[in-house]
Design a protein around this ligand. Structure first.
Ligand code: NAP
Length: 263
């Protein structure tokens, strides 16, 4: 039996086990996906233990996505982003499939990744989105509550600029793609983007997936924009991890159904 797993703290409500196990069932694989919650001081031992036990692949989530960089050989994209969420354990190679998830979520909805992208947020998800969209050839405007963080990120990303949230109205007028990579919209029915700035030529991905229908996505739909909920990004980061670990095409529809059944 192959064992895959997730290292994070906390991981109690993770949707990754049902999503990945749906793929194993669909493909008739003898495999399981298990969550582990090491204390921060035990994280390095946990990764080494996973290797010693023959665990095939690991996802890594909060608060370990940066710590794991020191323990694996990151691929060039993960190295530039400065975070790893997927480890191929036999080779100890680290990947950032959150970035892949952003691109594949847009592709699934037939959105052309050309022109200008606005990324709201400069934390982990914002970094992944900014690098991913810049690598597609887009100009990337990064808006963040803490402007220093946007500036630091824009300095690392090709064709990127940094802005305060108050610039969003102007930035969105000419934008083709918008990503909300802040946590705004999770706790309260709030949006980080003024509704009046949304328009029909925009494709909007909200990284938030609880709730699936955020205020931003409701307002974007009302403005005639293409809307993509955060479960698409979550799905495609899992699809990309599965494909890295197994070398097989992932059964996307089964994984999507398992994920959405729990949201
Ligand atoms: P993070 O590293 O903690 O970054 C949080 C970001 O949100 C920062 O840019 C922060 O701005 C901003 N922010 C927080 N509260 C804010 C507020 N009240 N007003 C304006 N900005 C605010 O978190 P993360 O890991 O990037 O995650 C961000 C969101 O993406 C979360 O909802 C997470 O669940 C989601 N996510 C989804 C996926 C997926 O697969 N769908 C993957 C990863 C993350 P400051 O810099 O000013 O603090």
């Amino acid at each position: 039996m192959q064992v895959f797993g997730l290292l994070g703290n906390p991981v109690g409500h993770s949707l990754s086990p049902p999503m990945h196990e749906a793929a194993y069932d669909e493909l008739g694989m003898d495999a399981r996906y298990v969550t582990f919650e090491p204390a921060p001081d035990d994280f390095a031992d946990a990764v080494e233990g996973a290797r010693a036990l023959g665990i095939a692949g690991l996802n890594v989530t909060i608060p370990f996505k940066r710590d794991v960089l020191a323990l694996v050989d990151p691929d060039p994209l993960a190295d530039r982003i400065g975070a790893v969420n997927t480890v191929d354990v036999p080779t100890m190679t680290g990947y950032n499939t959150d970035a892949v998830g952003v691109v594949r979520a847009f592709r699934h909805h037939d959105v052309a990744l050309t022109g200008t992208a606005v990324v709201v947020g400069a934390g982990g998800a914002g970094r992944a989105a900014a690098f991913a969209l810049a690598d597609e050839g887009m100009r990337v405007a990064i808006a963040n509550r803490t402007v220093d963080r946007a500036e630091a990120l824009a300095a690392d990303v090709p064709n990127a600029s940094a802005h305060p949230l108050s610039a969003l109205g102007d930035l969105l007028a000419d934008a083709d793609v918008l990503v909300n990579a802040t946590s705004v919209g999770m706790e309260d029915d709030e949006s980080p983007v003024p509704a009046a700035a949304l328009h029909a030529d925009l494709a909007v991905l909200d990284a938030v997936y609880t709730p699936l229908e955020t205020r931003l996505l409701r307002e974007a739909a009302a403005a005639g924009a293409t809307t993509i909920d955060g479960a698409w990004m979550l799905l495609y980061q899992g699809v990309a991890a599965f494909e890295r670990w197994t070398g097989r095409d992932a059964p996307v529809d089964s994984m999507n159904a398992a994920l959405r059944a729990r949201l």
